[in-house]
Design a protein around this ligand. Structure first.
Ligand code: WT7
Length: 647
């Protein structure tokens, strides 16, 4: 770390930015010394309320009395803030700029058009009996109707639960049942990289186990033949044609739920992260404007899927609340070729581009030519999110994609945090490749050691946040105890992120990745326990242990140790079957990278699997396996090392 690279903020960037370094320091100071005063001001600046709040914040991080409330008593409607209030000034401005999977397909939807679409769909939902507080599942491709569906729920106070279109029927079923969704909005098929995704068929599969679902609203995307259940299924376009574009927004309390989004933890099934209305919207809007330095008229593109929190906050809610032009992309970075991202940037004159390190690494492998044959002159800012970005990928993004001309914001956050917590501000922060740099306004990070001691100055340990911010999740849907236990037990009185971090001499944060049993595979979050459960469902498997291993493109790969039942022979065919089993249970993003046959797993005498050793073997770090003397049978380690799978 002796010769650390630092990139200064270019003068022209400082000049046009909302926030320069002086302002950052001054506002940050204010935001942590007088959080309620600071957030009251921001809540008034970014959101229009139909009734003011009575208390800015009301919270306790004490496990015995845990609660987090912002803007209590305040009333608002998210869809009204994202649509109606913009109509006068920017009714004819593009709200969603849609780029199809096929480069010949695109369309622009104005705020007025989106408003009408959302109102009609809200009326469709009402007609199907959906009421305030009901949960609606959205299982959609990246088409504007997905955003309309989210906003239509928000309009009538229904709680949406978006399930990423890459999830399997099994995963979809679990999520529908957990939150008891009675209505599903989907499409006949999705299209990605010229390949079709059978969304309706997956929904049909999932629903054989969901008797409470009475309505499936189906968008016609490809027009291919699909199965139809006339008692349950309705076409989106037919319902819309019979629907009025007049729908008064439901007045919501700041703390009414806005959405549930399932995410993986280190144990058990995915949990339903619950976000509420007022604080979430304020936080989405302020972070979108200040971190991406959004100015009126900028073309802003976040490449995430709306199935992830990044899509919720930085494709839909943040940008639309700010009256922005948000580009929504249906396709993949490498179709029809590896220039696609940069071609779309040129085609639509994109100013702000936000993507994931895994995409950058995949494109980096294709060399500079696919980038260099495009202009990219419209770019003013680049962003990354989802996993630690290695300095090589950062430098490539900066020099090759950005022509060393535009800043990069490396934004650290989580599904739980609702919005970005640690990040540079483009006009304020000198950049260090690989560092998420400094906390956003109102965010107080700290680093703890394993024994529960707060570390000061330069240090590394576990990342916690010591006080709430408005975008923080409020509970785990249907399981408040799990919320308390997961995030507030490890370090009493603090929110534990599950990430490791280092703080350097300048107070910059370097996120080192998860310290729990959560994997980050191509920016997709998976619990090792979920993959293990999928493996042991197979009749031949006695036991399975899953760990992450380094992967050049995905960041982390999935490495599985499998013990077969006595008498079962391992084979290539069985390996393939197990891979298929995991894909079927969870989805293609959970495809194992390596399966190692393990006659025994390293266990302590009390039967606990020593994952530390399994991680080291998977990473091929064989010279420091650590203490193995506590193992019940140390010889299993030698076998595992001998039969390591090169992944
Ligand atoms: C985990 C959260 C938040 C949107 C996408 C992921 C990792 C996220 C960064 C970053 C290093 C990052 C963390 C975090 N992560 N952004 N800029 N640098 N790590 O949301 O699926 O909830 O995953 O992603 O490990 O805990 P998520």
């Amino acid at each position: 770390m002796s010769e650390e690279k630092i990139y200064d903020v270019p003068a022209d960037v400082v000049r046009r930015a909302h926030i320069d370094n002086g302002k950052y320091l001054e506002m940050y100071e204010r935001s942590v010394k007088d959080p309620d005063g600071f957030w009251a001001e921001q809540a008034r600046a970014f959101v229009t309320w139909s009734k003011p709040w009575s208390q800015v914040s009301n919270w306790s991080y004490d496990a015995k009395n845990l609660h987090i409330k912002w803007f209590e008593g305040g009333k608002l409607n998210v869809s009204w803030n994202c649509l109606d209030r913009h109509l006068e000034k920017r009714g004819n401005q593009t709200a969603i700029l849609w780029e199809g999977d096929d480069p010949r397909e695109d369309k622009k939807i104005t705020y007025r058009e989106l408003h009408a679409e959302v109102c009609k769909l809200a009326n469709v939902l009402k007609r199907r009996g959906v009421k305030k507080g009901d949960r609606v599942c959205i299982y959609m491709p990246m088409i504007p109707e997905a955003a309309a569906a989210m906003l239509a729920c928000a309009r009538i106070g229904a709680v949406h639960s978006v399930v990423f279109g890459g999830f399997s029927p099994e995963s979809l079923k679990d999520r529908i049942l957990d939150s008891d969704c009675r209505v599903v909005i989907t499409a006949d098929e999705g299209v990605r990289g010229a390949r079709k995704v059978p969304l309706k068929a997956n929904t049909d599969d999932a629903l054989t186990h969901c008797p409470n679902v009475h309505t499936v609203i189906v968008v016609r995307r490809t027009g291919d033949k699909i199965a139809w259940d006339a008692r349950r299924d309705v076409w989106y376009h037919e319902q819309m044609a019979q629907s009025s574009a007049d729908c008064a927004p439901e007045e919501m309390d700041a703390e009414d739920p806005l959405f549930i989004l399932y995410t993986s933890g280190s144990t058990g099934k995915p949990k339903g992260v619950l976000h509420t209305t007022g604080g979430y919207l304020v936080y989405a809007a302020i972070t979108h404007k200040l971190i991406f330095d959004y100015h009126d008229g900028d073309i802003y593109w976040c490449t995430a899927d709306v199935g992830w929190v990044t899509g919720h906050t930085y494709i839909v809610y943040g940008p639309l609340c700010n009256g922005a032009i948000t580009l929504m992309f249906e396709g993949v970075p490498t179709y029809p070729n590896a220039s696609r991202f940069w071609e779309v940037i040129d085609k639509h004159k994109v100013n702000i581009f936000y993507t994931a390190p895994t995409a950058i690494r995949a494109l980096m492998r294709e060399g500079e030519a696919p980038v260099k044959r495009t202009s990219r002159q419209s770019l003013k800012l680049l962003g990354t999110v989802g996993e630690p970005i290695n300095p090589e990928a950062w430098e490539w993004y900066y020099h090759v994609v950005g022509d060393a001309r535009v800043p990069i914001v490396d934004t650290w956050w989580q599904t739980e945090t609702g919005g970005i917590l640690i990040t540079p501000l483009p006009g304020a922060t000198r950049l260090k490749p690989g560092s998420a740099t400094r906390p956003f306004f109102g965010v107080m990070p700290a680093i703890m050691d394993d024994k529960g001691k707060l570390l000061e100055g330069e240090c590394s340990g576990n990342l916690v946040i010591t006080r709430p911010w408005p975008g923080q999740m409020r509970t785990v849907y249907g399981d408040h105890q799990r919320f308390v236990d997961t995030y507030f037990r490890t370090y009493p009185g603090m929110y534990f992120t599950g990430d490791g971090a280092r703080r350097d001499k300048d107070g910059y944060y370097w996120i080192t990745g998860r310290v729990d049993d959560v994997l980050n595979v191509s920016g997709h979050r998976l619990g090792t326990a979920e993959v293990e459960s999928a493996l042991v469902l197979h009749p031949t498997v006695a036991e399975a242990a899953v760990v992450g291993c380094p992967h050049a493109i995905k960041g982390q790969g999935i490495y599985c140790y499998v013990t077969l039942k006595v008498g079962v022979e391992s084979s290539e065919a069985l390996r393939k079957e197990l891979v298929q089993q995991v894909r079927k249970e969870i989805g293609p993003m959970a495809t194992p990278d390596a399966i190692q046959w393990a006659p025994g797993l390293p266990k302590t005498r009390s039967g606990k699997i020593m994952r530390r050793i399994l991680r080291k073997i998977a990473a091929n770090e064989l010279d420091n396996l650590g203490d193995t003397t506590t193992l019940a049978d140390p010889s299993v380690v030698d076998d595992l090392i001998r039969n390591r799978v090169r992944s």
